[in-house]
Write a protein that binds this ligand. Sequence first.
Ligand code: NI
Length: 256
Amino acid sequence: MAAIYCCNPPSANNIHQLLGDGKKVVNDHVAYRTFNTDKVNLNKFANHLIALGYDECGQYNFVAKKLTAKHFEHQDASMPKVFVSELRVEEFSPSVQKIIHSLVEQLPDNISEQPNFLYSGRPWKISFKDYQTLLAESEYAAWLAAWGGYRANHFTVSINHLESYHSIIDVNERLKKSGYALNSNGGEIKGDDAVKLEQSSTLADKALVEFSDKNAEIPSCFYEFAKRYPLANGELYTGFVAESADKIFESTNAVA
Ligand code: NI
């Protein structure tokens, strides 16, 4: 399973060191992005996750971003939850749809059956010009086209499992003191104890991407922090909060 953490944001090791005091940091969840086209849609991810022992546990709809998402939990609760979203391509302009279809058309029909599908990175070529056309309509589409969905786009530190920090406020303060920029869209802390989940995230680091016509620095992956609260039965809430996730997506915005 370690293989699915392919995305290594440049600041990852520093964050583990900072919050974990050198100890192991527990991952609450990883997230994937994809297009809803037949070859690579959410169900194709689900097949891999189910084969790994995951069950489908929740569904989410992001109307403004035109996304459908599901989350998956493993029978072994120490395994990270997985959040997969897919872009509803048909809801975009003809020019955006055409670019997305031109990417997916580059893929073999059986791409999702390949064992390395979940960490194959970006399996298509794209020009910077097309990236910018996508960016004008959807930050998500542009990020996905530039990076490929087939890498985890964030790792989430479980605050519940940290020894030195118990509140998300303390975690955020520590990060800011160390120079990390936090995603403040919708406030630095998304959610609260009433919805049983608090989340915050760094803004994605920029990294150089090779486009077919030029190289350019664009937002890459980010780090997320999650604190879960117990339900009436004493067990920690394991779901996601759509309103919070909506803002977390914006951690990879070009201008956040
Ligand atoms: Ni997340």
